[in-house]
Design a protein around this ligand. Structure first.
Ligand code: GRF
Length: 209
């Protein structure tokens, strides 16, 4: 697996992926870190780990150019799989099409709850607390041409406590993200994820924790 990670923020999920590769839990090579923000913490982590970086030119973001620049960067890196890790912009359709079945995202809730446009970061946890859910969680899903609607690959529930604040809940969910994202990527690297239309089958599931 030659992995491109797209990130707009701090990149703690990207780091969890790099750590899993380092300790031999994920057979993959991180070949690209792409960001729409030059100040993204994820780029620092890429520098520290010697992962090539690509920053989308500002005039590109939200324009038709974005797709072709992304595809050029992906091709130059030799990436064959994309993991979005806190990437806050819509992925252009040509990239979604070119990487059909090979592009995934992690979302800090149990989709389809608390997803969609504008549902990112603290807002997700705030909405979960306002609803009074007893459980929230993490979802890894395929990326399609809308926000958070692609077929689901893995989910892990996370309990909500009565005393939770946005920060305490976000921290508990993030911990689960750091476990489940490398795990999901491992399933792909081992060829155990089968996408058939909107349904996803994980082969040999008893070994997937
Ligand atoms: C995570 O909560 C992830 O689920 C969401 O964006 C956040 C990114 O955090 N898509 P980080 O940049 O990986 O620390």
């Amino acid at each position: 697996m030659r992995l491109a990670v797209f990130a707009s923020g701090g990149g703690s999920n990207f780091q969890a992926i790099l750590n899993a590769i380092d300790r031999g839990a994920l057979r993959a090579e991180a070949v690209l870190c792409l960001s729409n923000r030059p100040d993204a913490g994820a780029l620092e982590r890429a520098r520290a780990a010697n992962v090539p970086q690509f920053i989308l030119p500002p005039q590109d973001v939200g324009t038709a150019m974005q797709g072709s620049d992304m595809l050029d960067a992906l091709e130059a890196s030799g990436a064959n799989f994309i993991a979005l890790a806190g990437y806050l912009k819509m992925i252009p359709s040509e990239v979604v099409r070119a990487f059909h079945g090979r592009i995934i995202n992690i979302h800090p809730a149990l989709l389809p709850a608390f997803g969609g446009s504008g549902m990112y970061g603290r807002r997700v946890h705030q909405a979960a607390l306002e609803c009074g859910v007893r459980w929230t969680g993490v979802t890894v899903h395929f990326v399609d041409e809308a926000y958070d609607t692609g077929p689901i690959v893995l989910q892990e529930p996370v309990p909500v406590s009565q005393d939770d604040t946005i920060d305490t809940l976000a921290a508990r969910v993030l911990e689960a993200e750091h476990r489940i994202y490398p795990e999901a990527l491992r399933l792909f690297a081992e060829g155990r994820v089968v996408l058939d239309g909107r349904s996803v089958r994980i082969l040999d599931l008893q070994h997937a924790s």
